[in-house]
Design a protein around this ligand. Structure first.
Ligand SMILES: *Cc1c(COP(=O)(O)O)cnc(C)c1O
Length: 402
């Protein structure tokens, strides 16, 4: 079947909630993917950071197949010999005390919301059903009905009400707004250390540290969503390590699944996590042995292959090269590590059309919010591959500006 026919079939049978670039992938290996016509592409998106270890990473594949060959999904009705080992490792690398394993990022965030509210009632002493959570304008925490309730993005909400109450939105990066928004009913402040979907928005330096201090002063939990920024993506194991020791709660996902499986986590201090008791929360697939084996191997890979150092150095390198492109179309290049956004003057050309042109030249990127192109290659990428990619970006920008 030709690409065009496959695309038509997808369009016919699938919900139209995505707008993919017109390329039909069939194979992946490392930083590369191939389409059905045999064309090769450099993957500069990594499934929104889920494929940090590269496609078909041999260690991930081995961990997964070994585990599938032994025990698949027995449910959490029983103990398994791998979940505790994985949890111990994840707690060690994050500095958190306990793990609640889930599958998708949105589920980890839902878990964080439940934990924060229960902590608010049972520990902080907020009156029944009055707990509030502060979140930021431009946030992205997933797509469930509760989570879109506090999105500031009209597209994510339109037609999906009625929405959940209990959330207050403040501008991202604004400490005075945080201080002003806190009330005795506030149980938590939930935020991304860099806003990914909003367009790789980096807050002012010192923001996380000062926001945490404000939260401490008011007995408010400081909860970070590192589903996109975590696990070496931004040049540290976790983005919070640029500024703070650790948050009270932390959500992870994406790269935790090694690029092959949905694995997410809510981690927290003991005092927060212990608000969950038998029957209060759960997931049939959460923490299953396959997920645990893959998550464990993803963490070991991160350490053994020094992904954070790689991401930091190559990120500086890539950002420097993009900043040096003297294109009149570039408004700004920003980011940390290998999570980089290039904002385009969209009165002249759309970010989407740049991504389409890059695709025809063998470089896969995706726009976020019409104005910004996200560059987030697998962390195993090399300098030479980055050089090639930037050359292609340069060529496309030149052709567009001409
Ligand atoms: C992707 C993402 C999510 C949602 O993860 P899903 O696995 O798609 O549910 C939540 N928060 C952040 C910061 C993300 O980038």
């Amino acid at each position: 079947m030709k690409s065009q026919d496959i695309i038509q079939r997808e369009d016919h049978y699938l919900a139209h909630n995505y707008h993919p670039l017109p390329v039909v992938l069939t194979k992946g290996d490392g930083v590369w993917v191939w389409d059905v016509e045999g064309n090769k592409y450099l993957d500069f998106l990594s499934a929104y950071s889920a494929v940090s270890a590269g496609h078909h990473n041999p260690r991930i594949l081995k961990a997964m197949t070994d585990q599938v060959g032994k025990l698949g999904v027995p449910s959490r009705a029983f103990y398994t010999d791998i979940l505790g080992e994985y949890a111990e490792k994840l707690c060690a690398v994050t500095g958190m005390d306990r793990l609640l394993p889930m599958n998708t990022g949105a589920e980890a965030v839902e878990t964080a919301i439940k934990a924060a509210r229960r902590w608010g009632y049972r520990v902080k002493g907020i009156a029944k059903d009055q707990a509030r959570i502060i979140t930021c304008l431009g946030n992205f925490h997933g797509r469930t009905t509760t989570i879109v309730s506090f999105s500031s993005e009209e597209d994510y909400k339109d037609g999906f009400g009625p929405f959940s109450d209990g959330f207050d939105l403040i501008p991202y990066g604004d400490l005075a707004a945080l201080e002003a928004a806190i009330t005795p009913e506030t149980c938590a402040f939930l935020l991304e250390p860099i806003q990914g979907e909003a367009g790789i928005i980096v807050p002012p330096e010192g923001y996380l540290a000062k926001a945490q201090e404000i939260c401490r002063r008011h007995n408010v939990l400081f909860i970070l969503d590192e589903i996109q920024t975590g696990l070496s993506r931004t040049g540290k194991d976790f983005c919070f390590q640029y500024e703070i020791d650790k948050p009270d709660g932390l959500t992870l996902g994406k790269a935790l699944g090694g690029g092959v499986y949905p694995v997410s986590a809510f981690l927290a201090r003991k005092e927060v996590m212990d608000v969950f008791d038998y029957g209060s929360h759960g997931s049939t697939f959460g923490g299953n042995p396959i997920a645990a084996a893959i998550g464990l191997e993803a963490l070991k890979l991160m350490e053994d292959e020094k992904y954070s150092e790689r991401s930091f150095e190559l990120g500086e390198y890539l950002r420097g090269k993009l900043e040096a492109l003297q294109s009149p179309l570039i408004r700004e290049v920003r980011g940390k590590g290998l999570l980089i956004g290039m904002e385009i003057y969209t009165d002249k050309v759309s970010a989407r059309s740049i991504c389409e042109d890059l695709k025809t030249r063998g470089l896969l990127c995706k726009e976020t919010h019409a104005t910004t192109i996200r560059f987030a290659p697998p962390l195993i990428i090399t300098k030479e591959q980055i050089d090639w990619a930037v050359g292609e970006v340069d060529a496309v920008l030149k052709s567009k500006a001409a």
